[in-house]
Design a protein around this ligand. Structure first.
Ligand SMILES: [Ca+2]
Ligand SMILES: [Ca+2]
Ligand SMILES: [Ca+2]
Length: 457
């Protein structure tokens, strides 16, 4: 949908984005996700150069119920170039105004009684990076634990939970709000949702406003195309941590041997996404649960950026629908209590903020912390998982750590049908293992312990 200024809408070539998310923004190292890096390079994903904090010429606005939306009701006159609803039938819009006139338009909108709020369309970046490599289970330290074979004491102990019979369920659905996902990757194909209500026939059979959302949706270009190659590396990696097919003598294993992953692409080719598409993706997943009977238990959010009322509202609506929202604390190497990154910093009952630890239990220098706002740590260094091209690679970042927690949430939900987001969050936080590097730097002072989680009632 060629509706937006070129800088904003196309996933791939587009423009710039926010600097916040790619953790390494503040340290432009020049590493790119696509190239093989030297073995001694940590491979933390560097942000693209010149990523803007906001999409030029775009605003997000929520109008009060039943307000017809046009230049007159908004008071924008010729400033309004385009308005696009973010969700079918909703009251939040992406407005296009002349680049450079955003502040003027915001000033006008904020004075209108018909406008609930107006804000800039921020950019968001993923929080992971990669090193190309081979794959075997013996290297998947994040799944191992102190009692598993092989053992890795700072892993999550997921393998110990498997040994007790907890391997997940295909009746548990997880939204992956990220780049696209290689949905035909041999270690993922069986784990990606197929929408039985909207077959690929050119018709919006289920009436949700998206034509042929058969495996998920691409919000960056308004299409059903979820995989275009290298641009979808990050989402493919995250998806594999949550639920790569296990015990199939191939590649890697996810925390869940069985799960249904729903890809929603909002991070574009240039390495960032924006508020508008994030809101649409979260609302899409919420609608699947509320109106279409899809048991979405969690959303994985391995990206971060600036605060947004529209983003907050979308996550709050997901909470009301019973969906946990697991978010990366960010890779900026800061105290997030003082320098919050969003959406991880939102104080909502369903938001879990995750930082990263390495195989020795240490906190990487780039991992954000916060005794008041970052909930727990999880494996986030040298994490091998699925990537585009039907291959595998290791990656570092709070993105990866976040996916472990989302995977744990799905595993717990498989044995606790109907668990509320607040109860699920409480279980994740109550079962952590105290960890020196996280003491005083996270809410729990501990790391994800899947083995212990699965012993809770
Ligand atoms: Ca549809
Ligand atoms: Ca269809
Ligand atoms: Ca496998």
């Amino acid at each position: 949908m060629p509706k937006f200024p070129k800088s904003a809408s196309r996933p791939l070539a587009l423009a710039v984005t926010l600097s916040v998310l790619l953790a390494a923004c503040s340290q432009p190292q020049g590493a790119t996700p696509t190239s093989a890096l030297p073995a001694d390079d940590l491979g933390l994903w560097a942000a693209p150069a010149n990523v803007p904090a906001d999409v030029p010429g775009e605003l997000i606005v929520k109008v009060r119920a039943r307000t017809p939306l046009n230049a007159q009701t908004l008071g924008l006159g010729a400033l309004l170039l385009r308005a696009e609803r973010l969700t079918p039938g909703g009251d939040v819009y992406r407005l296009t105004v002349p680049s450079g006139r955003e502040a003027q338009a915001l000033h006008t909108l904020s004075a209108r009684g018909t406008v609930a709020y107006a804000e800039r369309n921020h950019t968001y970046t993923p929080q992971g990076a990669y090193i190309v490599n081979d794959t075997f289970y013996s290297t998947l330290w994040g799944l191992q634990g102190s009692t598993t074979q092989p053992a890795s004491p700072y892993g999550t102990g997921a393998a110990a939970a498997w040994a007790r019979g907890y391997t997940g369920s295909a009746s548990v659905y997880v939204g992956v709000v990220d780049t696209g996902v290689q949905i035909d990757h041999p270690d993922l194909a069986a784990q990606v949702w197929t929408n039985p209500a909207d077959p690929a026939d050119g018709v919006d059979n289920d009436g949700n406003g998206y034509v042929d959302d058969t495996r998920g949706w691409n919000f960056t270009d308004g299409s059903s195309a979820l995989y275009t190659g290298n641009a979808d590396k990050h989402g493919t990696h995250v998806a594999g941590i949550i639920g790569a097919r296990a015990n199939n003598a191939q590649g890697v294993a996810g925390v869940n041997w069985a799960v249904n992953l729903i890809p929603t692409k909002f991070l574009g080719t240039s390495g960032y996404g924006d508020t508008a598409n994030a809101v649409s993706a979260i609302a899409y997943l919420t609608d699947l649960k509320v109106n279409r009977g899809v048991n979405v238990v969690a959303i994985n959010s391995s990206w971060s950026g600036a605060p947004s009322q529209a983003l907050y509202d979308a996550i709050s609506a997901a909470n009301d629908a019973g969906i946990l929202f697991v978010a990366s604390a960010g890779n900026n190497g800061v105290n997030a209590d003082a320098q919050p990154a969003y959406p991880a910093a939102y104080d909502l009952p369903n938001v879990v903020s995750v930082t990263a630890i390495d195989k020795a239990g240490a906190l990487p220098s780039w991992a954000n912390t916060g005794a008041g706002s970052v909930d727990l740590g999880a494996p986030g260094v040298s994490i091998r998982s699925t990537v585009n091209g039907s291959t595998y690679a290791t990656a570092d970042g709070t993105s990866m750590a976040t996916a472990f927690v989302t995977g744990a949430a799905a595993l717990y939900a498989s044995t606790h049908p109907g668990v509320s987001p607040s109860a699920l969050k409480a279980a994740l936080l109550a079962s952590v293992t105290p960890t020196a590097s996280l003491q005083g730097r996270t809410v729990t002072g501990g790391r994800l312990d899947v083995a212990r989680l699965m012993t809770l009632p």
